[in-house]
Ligand binder design. Structure first.
Ligand code: ZN
Length: 194
């Protein structure tokens, strides 16, 4: 993240161009070329790469109607339904960077944090009772990305756990208040008894 993105645009700067390249990529991913492929999946090089686009643009179609996109930060691949691609490809992070790319950016940056819905989490039994699903993702690099993962892939569970956390906090506050009152009352009684 840089402060540059927050700096005001100088008056003489040309207007920000529409992101033609990204829209063209979306068009390409959506143009139905994948639909004619064998259901077994296929890999096709759609751009060999040049000075402008140094990496070859490889479109991997796992099966008709699905496209693999890569997280631009963790480099993790995910399979999306084709109809989700335009929305997903336009998603940006708070720093203005695109969240997903169609070209493999490199080896995934493996972390060791587990999804909150992972079977190994200590709260797992409770989560099952709450009706929350299971997720086996266990290579999340940072707390920030864990939160992003929860928001993106388990929005319902994320909201439930947030509610639960707030409820617990309120309960703890109330208990603290009760304890304080109790302590004050006891003190008062003792003072009177003297
Ligand atoms: Zn998960």
């Amino acid at each position: 993240m840089t402060t540059q993105t927050l700096a005001p645009i100088p008056q003489e700067a040309p207007p920000i161009p529409v992101d033609v390249t990204r829209e063209q990529i979306i068009d390409h991913l959506m143009d139905g070329k994948g639909d004619s492929l064998e259901p077994g999946g296929s890999r096709s090089v759609v751009h060999q790469g040049d000075a402008e686009m140094p990496l070859p643009l490889v479109q991997v179609v796992e099966s008709a109607g699905h496209v693999i996109l890569y997280d631009t930060e963790s480099f993790e691949p995910s399979i999306f339904n084709k109809n989700m691609v335009p929305g997903i490809m336009r998603l940006k992070r708070p720093d203005g960077k695109y969240q997903w790319t169609q070209t493999c950016p490199g080896l995934p940056q493996r972390g060791s944090m587990k999804c909150l819905l992972h079977p190994d989490q200590p709260e797992r039994e409770q989560y099952t009772r709450m009706g929350l699903g299971v997720c086996r993702k266990r290579n999340i690099p940072t707390q920030f990305q864990l939160t992003q993962h929860m928001k993106t892939f388990h929005p319902g569970a994320f909201a439930t756990l947030e509610d639960e956390r707030q409820r617990r906090e309120r309960e703890e506050d109330r208990k603290l208040q009760r304890d304080l009152i109790k302590a004050a009352t006891t003190r008062e009684k003792r003072t009177r008894a003297k």
